[in-house]
Design a protein around this ligand. Structure first.
Ligand SMILES: [Zn+2]
Length: 83
């Protein structure tokens, strides 16, 4: 999980993404393994997307996180078109 950003508050790398929505079994398992934090069912564009397990800080914007994911997918799609 080396790609998670460091906590902007304490600099710890002990950070996990926050998952939203009704927790399904997969999510609960990941949560107990300490791989994600559960954010609850309600998500807005301003909801935080990262959680620091060291200082309990939450930061980032869910909308930016989703944008990044969308860009990743788009990038993959564009590459496909060029081939
Ligand atoms: Zn922290």
């Amino acid at each position: 999980m080396g790609k998670n950003p460091k906590c902007p508050k304490c600099g710890a790398e002990n950070t996990v993404p926050i998952s939203y929505g009704f927790p399904v079994l997969d999510m609960i398992e990941s949560y107990h393994k300490g791989e994600i934090e559960l954010g609850g069912c309600c998500v807005t564009n301003d909801s935080p997307c990262w959680y620091c397990k060291d200082c309990k800080n939450r930061w980032g914007k869910h909308s930016e996180y989703m944008d990044r994911k969308r860009q990743e997918l788009l990038g993959r799609f564009e590459k496909h078109k060029e081939e």
